[in-house]
Write a protein that binds this ligand. Structure first.
Ligand SMILES: O=P(O)(O)OC[C@H]1O[C@H](OP(=O)(O)OP(=O)(O)O)[C@H](O)[C@@H]1O
Ligand SMILES: O=c1cc[nH]c(=O)[nH]1
Length: 204
């Protein structure tokens, strides 16, 4: 989570008397359990295959962090349906965002290596949450730095609205109307050792 999202994590500084308090959060309820996430991914894998008439030219690209396990799981499901492997890669868009000045700068820079040639391919970008659309816009910039795909489609587990750019997902796990004072928190077992989607309210 980042500073430009209300869901920013606790930021404490010990080097001075100043400390930025974490926002107070209240959990409002669970939107999806682990098994609901799994079932949704199975449906999305079938939709991808159906709308792309197979998977011959597909390449899946997950956006760090939680888009990566989503892409890997969907690749495995598509492979099971179509009985052929699907190229899968990842993008770390930290340095491509257009609002870097307001980002929580992370100390570890991870190299972006999509892992296959995207030129001429039908690329499906994957992320956990679609909100303003700025991450996806940045991811597309990064993608086109790597080559020229034939098409780019977007898959998200949760579309929470509040777009600030003309970006829409083609494959959506669940559309959740939210207020700007709410946060969608996605947990995936590969990253969080837990698996669920919850709606959280920002109290401050
Ligand atoms: O549409 P947007 O407004 O760009 O928001 C969506 C992004 O926000 C989250 O990432 P974030 O950078 O907050 O943190 P994360 O790496 O902890 O998921 C989420 O994973 C999406 O990538
Ligand atoms: O609610 C939100 C908004 C952006 N990113 C998230 O993970 N959750």
């Amino acid at each position: 989570m980042s500073d430009n999202h209300p869901s920013s994590p606790a930021t404490e500084t010990s080097e001075s008397t100043q400390s930025i308090r974490s926002p107070r959060l209240r959990e409002k309820g669970r939107l999806m359990s682990g098994s609901e996430i799994e079932r949704t991914l199975v449906r999305l894998a079938h939709e991808i295959v159906e709308r792309n008439h197979g998977c011959d030219n597909l390449g899946l690209v997950g956006i760090k962090r939680r888009g990566v396990p989503l892409a890997q799981r969907i690749a495995a499901l598509v492979e099971k349906i179509e009985k052929q492997p699907v190229d899968t890669g990842m993008l770390d868009i930290s340095f491509y965002r257009d609002d870097l000045s307001t980002r929580d700068i992370r100390p570890v820079v991870e190299k972006t290596d999509i892992g296959f040639d995207v030129t001429g391919r039908d690329i499906i970008l994957m992320d956990d949450v679609l909100y303003t659309g700025r991450t996806i816009r940045a991811a597309m910039d990064a993608l086109f730095d790597h080559g020229r795909p034939k098409s780019v489609q977007l898959l998200v587990l949760i579309d929470r609205g509040h777009r600030e750019l003309p970006i829409e997902a083609r494959f959506i796990g669940r559309t959740v109307p939210t207020s700007r004072r709410e946060i969608i928190e996605v947990k995936l077992r590969e990253i969080d050792d837990d698996e669920q989607v919850t709606l959280v309210e920002l109290l401050d």
